[in-house]
Structure formats: C-alpha cells, structure tokens
Design a protein around this ligand. Structure first.
Ligand SMILES: Cc1cc2nc3c(=O)[nH]c(=O)nc-3n(C[C@H](O)[C@H](O)[C@H](O)COP(=O)(O)O)c2cc1C
Length: 219
C-alpha cells in the first residue's frame, strides 16, 4: 500500500483546497491511500517555544505522519500571488529542529496542487513553493499540474467537486504522482531519506558574512 499525506494549506472550514484533497482521496489509484491533514494543530512558529517547551504536539504528530508516508501532497491556496503565511508557517515548524528536517523532508516525493477563486488557479503560489521544497531537499514531482481556478464554480455548496474535467485531471495527476512515489521508494539507497544530502550552501546575504563596507573597515 502506498500512503500519501495530503496537507491542505487553509484553515477555512469551507476551504476549496481541503475540498480538493477530499475529492482526490477516492480518485487514488489501486493500493494507494490519501490521508487528508490540515494545519489546525499547528501554532505560530516561535523560537522561544522551540527552545523552551519544545516542538508542539501537533507538529510532532504531523512530522511523524509525513515520515511514515511514502509521499506528501500539498494543496496550496494563493494569497497575494504568493504562499499563504499559515501554510509556510507549518512547513517551517515541520523543518525544526534543523537536524530532524532530513528525516521529514529529505528525498521525500512531493506533489503540489491548488485551488483559488481567481483566474490563474494558484500558479504563482505553486511557483513560490519551489525554492522552499528545494531547500528542504524534497523530490518535487513535475509530471503534471492541477491548477483549479474560479473555485466557486467548480465545487458545490457542500464542497463537492462538480467539474468532470478537473476530476479527470486530478485522477491523472494522482496516477502519475503515485507511480513516481513507487519508483522513488525502490530507488537505490543513495536516494533514500537516510542518504547524505548535500550541505545547504551559505547564502551571501547571511548575517555572518561581512559586508563589503565592513571588510573595507568602513563600519
Ligand atoms: C489575503 C488573501 C489574498 C488572496 N490573494 C489571491 C491571489 O493572489 N490569487 C488568487 O487567485 N486568489 C487570491 N485570494 C482568494 C483565494 O483564492 C480564496 O480565498 C480561496 O478560497 C483560498 O483558498 P481556500 O478556499 O482553500 O481557503 C486571496 C485571498 C485572501 C484571503
């Protein structure tokens, strides 16, 4: 059985992204299951909580669910052409502490889908996730896309997906993604989650890099 954790990036009760994952669950290929999770158990990231009481229970539970799963499917809304803060906040918590991030995300096959009420169906927020997924060392699947635009016309009042064309797209996406996940899980150990990941390069803007002015003795 192939298990995929589907994480909706919206807290809204009537979320189209949660509805999209709910619509995806029965469309999964044979011998594959989609577990739908939300962000409700994840507080705002606070470094003082991390160094004090520790990683919150809801974050630990979500991390363990992702580790136990074969793949991760993110259903992202789009806010102001970018990633919604609540969703990024959750991924940031899941990446803590840094020496545990590889266990959660390292080489994890990740797919992205999204629904928005606008005309472009989360294309910009999906693009904005790419540097994050790369930084975390995931294996991002690029085989196809699900970009649900004008979501109010696509789901009914109960959040049930009504558009047959999108259902077909979603089913094809899931088939491709699950095939990829299955191949990935049989790849040689060098591709396993325990493999050594290349070190994250130091960014030129990190604060421990002396500025040109400092190097020149100006400050
Ligand atoms: C702060 C904010 C910014 C938004 N920005 C965009 C946007 O840039 N593009 C877009 O298509 N929809 C945008 N929307 C509309 C969302 O697509 C819509 O609220 C959608 O229902 C959110 O996903 P959800 O139903 O899963 O909560 C925005 C909504 C909010 C609240």
């Amino acid at each position: 059985m192939t298990t995929i954790v589907g994480l909706s990036g919206s807290l809204r009760r009537g979320s189209f992204n949660t509805a999209l994952l709910r619509a995806a669950a029965p469309l999964m290929p044979a011998d594959a299951v989609l577990q739908v999770h939300t962000l409700h158990a994840v507080p705002l990231y606070d470094g003082d909580i991390e160094t004090g009481p520790g990683i919150p229970a809801g974050v630990v539970a979500l991390k363990d669910a992702i580790v136990a799963a074969d793949g991760l499917l993110l259903a992202t809304p789009e806010y102001n052409n970018g990633i919604p803060g609540v969703f990024k906040n959750t991924i940031d918590w899941l990446s803590r502490p840094p020496d545990d991030a590889k266990r959660v995300f390292g080489n994890k096959p990740v797919g992205l889908i999204g629904a928005s009420t606008g005309p472009f169906g989360t294309i910009l927020s999906q693009a904005a996730w790419l540097p994050v997924l790369r930084t975390l060392g995931t294996r991002y699947w690029t085989g196809s896309r699900v970009l649900v635009s004008r979501a109010k016309q696509v789901f009914d009042a109960a959040g049930v997906l009504q558009d047959e064309k999108i259902k077909e797209q979603l089913q094809a996406f899931l088939a491709g993604f699950v095939s990829y996940v299955r191949v990935a899980s049989h790849e040689p150990t060098m591709m396993s989650a325990n493999a050594t990941m290349p070190p994250v390069p130091r960014c030129s803007w990190s604060t421990n890099t002396p500025s040109r002015a400092a190097t020149a003795g100006l400050i």
